[in-house]
Design a protein around this ligand. Structure first.
Ligand SMILES: O=c1[nH]c(=O)c2ncn([C@@H]3O[C@H](COP(=O)(O)OP(=O)(O)OP(=O)(O)O)[C@@H](O)[C@H]3O)c2[nH]1
Ligand SMILES: [Mg+2]
Length: 195
């Protein structure tokens, strides 16, 4: 089965391909020109559906199956921020490093060295027969420093529950077992098997 990913994030493409080895997973940019999708929903689920619907419509082929991921990190000491705004935490043109160091500064400003935190991933699937969505979470600790350069985004400051190293230090196989994305995708696969 072919799955078209409605994402411009290469880290997500890499992880979803590794987690869906039985599928042919291709980013939509291999089929059509990338375009801007305004993520103005009020939840991860709404934003994932906005992205999947936009790409489904643009592909103009009713037989495609489109999958989108909307995700982010929520830090307890920051009252759950940045949450759905994780990609724009340091501004609308921010890159992963800008967002990472802004979040580190925000945690330091609370006069703590770390805080409980969690990642959320909402996965939306759009097909001619309907729309579906599922969620997955990964809990752990957000540090006020970055260690390691594995993963992407905020991974160098995040220690998953039960570990003592950041996702920047741990190998990809560990994140593959634990991640918010892996958990949401395992539910998404059950939906894909039934359609
Ligand atoms: O270190 C990380 N490990 C992860 O596993 C992870 N999952 C999400 N995020 C961060 O959360 C935002 C997503 O925003 P997002 O869902 O809008 O995606 P995006 O804008 O990057 O691409 P797109 O899929 O929208 O095209 C971005 O800042 C990501 O860096 C992660 N960071
Ligand atoms: Mg985005």
């Amino acid at each position: 089965m072919k799955l078209v990913l409605a994402t411009s994030n290469k880290g997500k493409v890499r992880e979803i391909q590794a987690l869906c080895e039985d599928y042919e997973v291709i980013p939509y940019s291999e089929l059509i020109q990338e375009f801007e999708i305004v993520e103005d929903g009020s939840s991860f689920k709404e934003n994932a559906l906005i992205k999947a619907r936009a790409v489904y419509k643009a592909l103009n082929n009713e037989d495609v199956i489109v999958l989108a991921d909307d995700s982010g990190i929520s830090v307890d000491v920051l009252d759950g921020k940045p949450g759905i705004y994780s990609a724009r935490h340091a501004g609308s043109d921010a890159n992963d490093k800008d967002n990472l160091y802004k979040l580190i500064e925000d945690i330091k400003a609370e006069n703590v060295e770390s805080s409980p935190a969690h990642y959320t991933a909402a996965i939306a699937i759009v097909t001619k027969n309907g729309e579906y969505s599922v969620h997955g979470w990964m809990h752990g600790t957000a540090l006020a420093k970055a260690i390691g350069d594995g993963g992407f985004g905020y991974d160098p400051m995040f220690i998953p529950l039960g570990y003592d190293k950041t996702l920047g230090e741990l190998n990809d196989e560990i994140k593959k077992k634990l991640s918010h994305r892996a958990k949401a995708l395992s539910l998404a696969k059950k939906i894909l098997q039934s359609i």
